[in-house]
Design a binder for this molecule. Structure first.
Ligand code: TYD
Ligand code: MG
Length: 454
């Protein structure tokens, strides 16, 4: 008897009982496809009369050693993994095509191989010769990495079973093909089946597996979203194509903090680690100019200074432009509304552009005050005081809220030669030598002090 068909959104992985043109869960158009489930589960609701074996229970206080970790020696990568690679863990590395995933993973696997780990790199996208060409460019030819160009999952698993490597990289999961699943490579069923087989096989064998997944916007190829729940760690490799900076961000990690980032720079000979990202993100900052504000942020466990740049210009459009790169558009509208309602500074009839320098993406609400300062400075055409960092969350009432890790933010600013900081007045008072603190309780006070209005 034919089972009821099941439909899945390729963008967000939500399930539906019938097809529709638009996914109710994520709003994506044309992303819903029919799929055949992998296993159908028990046929009847009851498990029958057979008894199972008792499961061993342990209490919460049971001592367990932390998992041993293997370090690659690439400090930025090791930190994002939570301190190194945990044996038998499954990791997904997602990112736009061409962002540098294959480059990063070839460098990473070579680093692990040089430390004595047995490694296999399976490429489903490139021939071994192409991978070797890249390895030449990256100066990795001496690393004892085994290569295979293969897409047949059954053959790959047989090889892995015989070779028993400590780490295997699958580049990419969308090219893998399980012959027991009747749909095209790259479809949701194939991606899910291949990821499921690979991760459970890796756990059984005690090897770590890194899956590469392309993120596609049009939903033609199943996004890595559908495998996120199967793996222990999800890393996204991001960056603007035109910029040389690349950020490896942990969005899920069972073995370490999420939100941790590693910063790399794409060079002619591969990805170089950036040990001091704040200095790099601020390196192109010239003399103080209107519209520029330096935000003291925290990414994961590390403070990071970035520059917000704003431009405000008279608009010829009935609906003025609001363009944001690297920050949330909804949050920008909120700050504009608070500036208008609480401080009486209108932005109607003005185009607003906001950009985070260097291609960084910021999602902390702690950047609110820096954004407001950049916008006001652009609108009033006056620079903010030089060598000053800013942070603080703005509430709808116009009050400034204290943010976490204020001291770490200020220490980083001081280390980079900043001499003043604009911060919310709430929170723990901290004293950092050489850093003058300007504290404000609300946005009106800040605007009045800085721009003589409000
Ligand atoms: P790649 O790793 O192939 O991207 P992905 O696997 O995510 O699709 O990287 C592609 C880009 O990186 C390509 O445009 C060229 C650039 N690149 C460098 O700039 N320097 C290098 O040393 C290498 C290997 C690549
Ligand atoms: Mg690639």
């Amino acid at each position: 008897m034919a089972k009821n068909p099941q439909f899945t959104c390729t963008a967000c992985g939500a399930h539906f009982s019938k097809w529709s043109g638009r996914c109710d869960s994520c709003g994506q158009w044309n992303s819903i496809v029919e799929e055949r489930p992998l296993s159908s589960g028990p046929t009847s609701k009851s498990l029958g009369a057979r008894r199972g074996a008792p499961v061993k229970l342990s209490d919460l206080g049971t001592q367990e050693d932390p998992p041993p970790r293997a370090q690659s020696g690439l400090a930025e990568l090791d930190r994002v993994l939570g301190g190194g690679l945990v044996p038998a863990s499954a990791i997904l590395v997602g990112g736009d095509p061409g962002i540098g995933k294959s480059t990063l993973l070839l460098q990473a696997i070579a680093a692990f191989a040089r430390k004595g780990m047995k490694t296999i790199y399976v490429s489903g996208e490139e021939a071994s010769a192409q991978v070797r060409m890249r390895a030449t460019r990256l100066d990795l030819l001496d690393a004892p990495v085994q290569l295979a160009a293969e897409t047949n999952l059954r053959d790959i698993l047989t090889t892995l079973e015989a070779e028993r490597p400590g780490l295997v990289v699958i580049d990419s999961i969308q090219t893998m093909w399980a012959d027991n699943v009747e749909s095209a490579p790259g479809s949701v069923s194939q991606v899910r089946a291949a990821a499921h087989e690979l991760t459970s096989f890796a756990k059984r064998m005690g090897m770590s597996v890194i899956l590469v997944g392309h993120v596609t916007k049009d939903g033609q190829i199943a996004g890595p979203r559908v495998v996120e729940h199967m793996v222990d760690t999800v890393l996204y490799f991001e960056g603007e194509r035109g910029h040389q900076f690349r950020i490896l961000r942990a969005v899920k990690n069972r073995f370490g903090p999420a939100d941790e980032i590693g910063v790399f720079e794409m060079t002619g000979s591969g990805l170089a680690e950036v040990a001091n990202p704040s200095a790099l993100f601020l390196s192109e900052r010239g003399a103080p100019s209107p519209g520029s504000a330096v935000f003291a942020g925290i990414e994961g466990t590390r403070p990071l200074l970035v520059e917000f740049q704003a431009l405000v210009a008279p608009s010829s459009l009935s609906q003025p432009r609001r363009t944001v790169v690297g920050w949330d558009g909804g949050r920008l509208s909120m700050i504009l509304a608070v500036l208008e309602a609480r401080c009486g500074i209108p932005f109607a009839g003005l185009d607003v552009y906001l950009n985070v320098a260097g291609g960084m993406k910021i999602s902390e609400p702690a950047a609110d005050l820096a954004v407001a300062a950049a916008l006001l400075s652009a609108r009033e055409d006056t620079s903010l005081p030089p060598d000053t960092v800013i942070f603080g969350e703005i509430s709808l009432s116009g009050a400034l809220r204290a943010v976490s890790q204020g001291e770490n933010r200020l220490k980083e600013a001081q280390k980079l030669g900043f001499t003043a900081a604009i911060v919310p007045s709430g929170g723990k008072p901290v004293n950092i030598a050489g850093l003058t603190l300007n504290r404000f309780g609300d946005l009106t006070g800040f605007v009045g002090d800085m721009f003589g209005a409000g």
